[in-house]
Design a protein around this ligand. Structure first.
Ligand code: NAD
Ligand code: USQ
Length: 382
């Protein structure tokens, strides 16, 4: 299958591009490198040293003989996108290319506007590009579990059957997102759903939970193929951050009580979920929603697991309950359905002490690259 991976230089996109290429798909990558520029803006870095995209794809070709074409450009630039679609004629378009940090979107007005314009306009361009140039192409769009928020009822996969005043309908599940970033994903979902209904586009919205780990079988083939790993308070995410904090003997930064519960998945499962979605496309006109996570944990549970594994490895770390910089529920009901991907054959890599230990070992190799000033949160919701 001819597949474009937009955002293919990023944390989820790079291992996904490698995995799809390894499976024999004809992969090309779009990325505007903005994530690397954000490291400069935030005076931050990836914990792992990362090669340039050019070095990465050259190494992949050298090791496997597989060619991945790369296009450096912005999805907000429709003329650029049009040319790539005309040239590649993709059968699937995997869309990771968005600003994905909630704290980044909450820095100030400029960062909120950037996040929403980048994400909403980029996705609208992709929708128009598919409609005009490759109408049969399957859009596989990365959404987020955070679109739903934390309602006091179980979260369904995209839709809920509602009975109201004696009538019934299957309607989009209510959305209560917790940041301007998460809101941008809700806006995208609405735009994609509308495009499916009106133009007959086929789309899968993958409401992904928080991804942990960094390595996949393919990224481990050579240090030049290594994936990025974020640990700073803006781009680092809960479990990965805790493991890196443990490696540097920093107290684990649980915000508030730590009762915040979310869906999580291993990066190994991210790449497999995209493969499953690509190989089982949505029907023309269908707006399909999958909840892409494998397990639910509270933030405090994760911190306790990391603390225990670190202790077994001879590292003592405390759990610091910081004042929560976000406005969010800290104690709440959480139960979400995730059966669609399992029914299509996903075999989850579950979180065990050994999985944490493996990530910790990789992290320990690079721990001297941690910029300690970037660990504590600085962005507040109000
Ligand atoms: P990332 O920031 O590492 O990667 C995103 C990539 O997209 C970057 O390489 C960036 O340069 C590129 N990009 C951004 N805007 C672009 C534009 N306008 N044009 C071209 N390229 C652009 O993020 P990630 O962690 O790999 O996340 C990928 C996607 O998955 C995002 O949409 C994110 O919302 C979603 N997601 C991520 C997680 C997670 O835990 N990392 C969880 C759920 C959902
Ligand atoms: N948290 C802590 N301590 C930390 C970091 C986070 O307690 O050091 C808490 C947060 O307050 C929050 C939870 O952990 O309650 C998750 O925060 P996070 O930064 O790990 O994840 P989030 O901001 O939700 O965003 C990440 C990705 C985003 C993706 C989302 C999936 O950056 O791209 O959409 O996870 S989800 O959470 O399912 O919406």
């Amino acid at each position: 299958m001819r597949i474009i991976v937009a955002g293919g230089d990023g944390f989820c996109g790079w291992p996904t591009a490698l995995h799809l290429s390894q499976k024999g798909h004809d992969v090309s990558i779009i990325d505007n490198m903005v994530r690397r520029k954000m490291d400069e803006e935030l005076a931050s870095n990836s914990l792992t040293p990362i090669a340039s995209l050019e070095e990465r794809v050259n190494k992949w070709q050298e090791l496997t003989g597989q060619v991945m074409r790369t296009y450096e450009g912005d999805l907000q630039d429709f003329e650029f996108l049009k040319k790539v679609l005309e040239q590649e004629q993709p059968e699937a378009f995997v869309h990771f290319a968005e600003q994905r940090s909630a704290p980044y979107s909450m820095i100030d007005r400029e960062h909120a506007v950037y996040t929403q314009v980048n994400n909403v306009v980029g996705t609208l361009n992709v929708l128009y590009g598919i409609k005009d140039i490759v109408p049969d192409c399957h859009l596989i769009k990365l959404g987020t579990m955070g679109e739903y928020g934390t309602p006091n009822i179980p979260i369904e996969e995209g839709y809920i059957e509602i009975e109201h005043k004696g009538r019934k309908d299957r309607l989009p599940f209510p959305k209560q997102p917790g940041s301007y970033y998460h809101l941008s994903k809700v806006h995208d979902s609405h735009n994609i759903m509308f495009a499916c209904r009106v133009w007959g586009i086929r789309a899968t919205d993958l409401n992904q939970g928080i991804v942990y780990g960094l390595s996949t079988k393919e990224t481990q083939l050579d240090p030049v193929l290594a994936n990025r790993l974020d640990y700073d308070s803006v781009f680092g995410t809960a479990l990965n951050r805790f493991i890196i904090q443990a490696a540097t003997e920093h107290d684990l930064t649980v915000y508030g009580t730590g009762g915040q519960t979310r869906g999580f998945l291993n990066i190994e499962d991210t790449v497999r979920c995209i493969e499953i979605a690509a190989e089982n496309p949505a029907e023309p006109g269908e707006f399909r929603v999958f909840n892409q996570f494998t397990e639910e944990f509270s933030v405090l549970e994760l911190a306790q697991m990391v603390q225990k594994v670190a202790a077994e490895e001879g590292v003592t770390v405390g759990i610091g309950h910081l004042e929560n910089p976000r406005i969010e529920k800290e104690e709440h009901f959480y139960e979400a359905v995730n059966t669609n991907l399992l029914e299509l054959g996903l075999k989850p890599h579950l979180l065990t002490n050994d999985v944490i230990r493996e990530i910790l070992k990789t992290v320990l190799v690079h721990k001297d690259r941690v910029i300690k000033e970037n660990i504590l949160p600085t962005v507040k919701w109000k």
